[in-house]
Write a new protein. Structure first.
Lengths: 366, 195
């Protein structure tokens, strides 16, 4: 169920040459997006939602009449919710390089009439911000009231404030980090190796379902806390007793295999590779001699940084690095650490304090 | 309280309020003196109340240290009746002096005559409007008299540049000014590092 009903996505076509951070370029692209709520006459109530690693444009509402599962942030976007669609015009897109309708590795390359596949250039968080800025312009929005996102989405919200300081009033950076740690990159690398070492990937003709499934399993473990896994599965068995074999025995195994199957049926392997690389490359301080405080000097937005107590993928400590750099740069920042046992996935759930904090921050005059 | 400190604070100051509570002090200062304020608090409720006033506030436990704030990085650090609730008021005081070019600290006076009388006559820990909690549930771990606080400042190389003595109601009386350690219920100090 969703109060927003059925949402029709729209397509934005950019037909110019789009230069990428890598030095390569794209001859135009399409972005698929959805909007919720109404743009005010003054055009001052637009909120951009940025998605995480495997997310897409469908953040809220239903896709069609038979849709059982609303968008991935439906709990936070809607009438009276954290991103209140009675007040705000909420925009959500599928990023460049995605596989849900925006131009990416699974799109047809007009030069070859085949899928881009691994020929699709790597895109970065900075590239995403630039492409989202073209979408902003297309929608007739002068300035975002807020840019918000969790995880990789939070990193985009952060990069927006740095790259387009005059175009963002408030930045909501949730469960993010100022850059990935070696451990974060290591997890991403294992995921990539699982994909590229799948024989079907090498052939280039088949979908590397097994590799992508493994990548998803690994990712999924890092999104959950030990506590929430214990609560969901503990050591429960599928059958009555253990059978001393390699078939699925524990509930948690069954769950992971289900996640892997489900995900690898509908996600593109090259998009997964590309998204993990965008994460690894994210480092806004890179252009400021590695100094995060310097990178923030030019920002003009008011920041809300949110972390979740049981998140170990991007722990509260990482959020505090962002907070402390903003304080050192004398920039307006608020920070809350939400008590949660959900792990990194905490940002997807409508915890009362979490919702109220966002609501209050968005509506207050700062 | 606001009426006392606002005279000590220049307009447009960059202020850190440690233990900002519901944010009403920063809110008044922002409204009247256009200060640029940042609150720090540990209570969920206080953080929410401060945010709803349009203030910036950071969730942080002062007892876990303040090393994330740079030397002399704020024009002013405020600590309003919080220092006695910290685990180590002495360490907090030296951190406040490090972070702020100037500091304003207020404390409840445990040597106020009402406290002395209660302890003397009833043999029980004093409860008053300035110190409303019972001994078993009080957040005030380190209560002190004005003399105690002032000697801590002296020993920590901190200069008291201003001092205002008031009753819990906020008013200042003849007795609280002339016999502060006996009659003042709350003392407000402006502090800076001795040069």
């Amino acid at each position: 169920m969703s109060e927003l009903g059925i949402i029709e996505p729209e397509i934005f076509l950019f037909d110019g040459t789009f230069s990428l951070e890598s030095g390569k370029s794209l001859d135009g692209f399409e972005l698929i997006y959805e909007t919720y709520g109404k743009l005010s006459d003054k055009k001052d109530n637009a909120v951009l939602i940025c998605h995480a690693l495997s997310g897409n444009h469908h953040a809220a509402g239903l896709s069609n009449e038979n849709d059982k599962r609303p968008g991935w942030w439906n709990e936070l976007i809607g009438p009276g919710k954290a991103f209140d669609t009675e007040k705000y015009f909420v925009v959500s897109l599928n990023n460049l390089g995605g596989c849900h309708g925006s131009t990416g590795p699974s799109s047809i390359n007009p030069l070859t009439n085949e899928k881009f596949g691994k020929e699709f250039p790597l895109v970065t968080v900075k590239d995403w911000i630039n492409s989202q800025n073209l979408l902003r312009s297309h929608l007739g929005i002068d300035r975002w009231l807020a840019v918000a996102g969790g995880s990789l989405g939070g990193m985009q919200a952060f990069q927006w404030a740095i790259d387009y300081p005059d175009l963002v009033e408030k930045s909501v950076v949730i469960a993010a980090a100022p850059k990935l740690s070696a451990q974060n990159i290591a997890f991403n690398e294992v995921a990539r190796q699982a994909i590229v070492n799948d024989p079907d990937f090498e052939k280039g003709t088949h979908h590397p379902k097994r590799g992508l499934g493994l990548a998803r399993m690994l990712g999924h473990i890092t999104y959950l806390s030990e506590e929430v896994m214990k609560e969901k599965f503990d050591r429960d068995l599928k059958k009555e007793k253990i059978e001393y074999g390699y078939d699925v025995e524990f509930e948690v195994e069954s769950y992971l295999r289900y996640q892997a199957d489900n995900f690898s049926d509908k996600f593109d392997a090259h998009t997964y590779l590309l998204m993990t690389k965008a994460l690894d490359y994210f480092d806004p301080a890179k252009y400021f001699d590695g100094n995060l405080i310097s990178s923030l000097e030019q920002t003009k937005s008011n920041f809300l940084i949110i972390s979740f107590s049981s998140d170990w993928r991007f722990s509260p400590k990482r959020s505090k690095e962002i907070v402390n750099s903003l304080v050192a740069a004398k920039k307006p920042v608020s920070y809350v650490n939400i008590e949660s046992f959900q792990g990194h996935d905490g940002f997807l759930f409508p915890d009362n304090r979490y919702v109220n904090t966002i609501k209050t921050f968005l509506s207050s005059d700062v | 309280m606001y009426k006392i400190v606002n005279k000590w604070i220049p307009e447009n100051s960059h202020i850190l309020d440690l233990g900002c509570g519901d944010g009403s002090m920063l809110f008044e200062l922002k409204k009247e003196l256009n200060i640029n304020g940042l609150g720090v608090d540990i209570s969920e409720n206080n953080i929410q109340l401060s945010l709803s006033k349009g203030l910036n506030v950071i969730e942080q436990d002062i007892d876990q240290g303040l090393s994330n704030f740079g030397d002399q990085s704020f024009d002013l650090v405020l600590m309003s009746q919080s220092i006695q609730a910290l685990k180590r008021p002495d360490l907090a005081l030296s951190e406040i002096i490090r972070i702020g070019k100037e500091c304003i600290v207020s404390i409840p006076n445990f040597a106020n005559f009402k406290c002395r009388l209660q302890l003397f006559l009833t043999g029980k820990m004093p409860v008053s409007s300035a110190l409303p909690h019972s001994w078993y549930s009080t957040p005030n771990l380190h209560l002190c008299s004005l003399k105690d606080f002032e000697s801590l400042c002296e020993n920590s190389n901190i200069k008291i540049s201003e001092k205002k003595l008031i009753k819990a109601s906020g008013e200042s009386t003849f007795l609280s000014n002339f016999f502060p350690n006996l009659f003042a219920e709350i003392a407000v100090y402006k502090l800076e590092k001795k040069s």
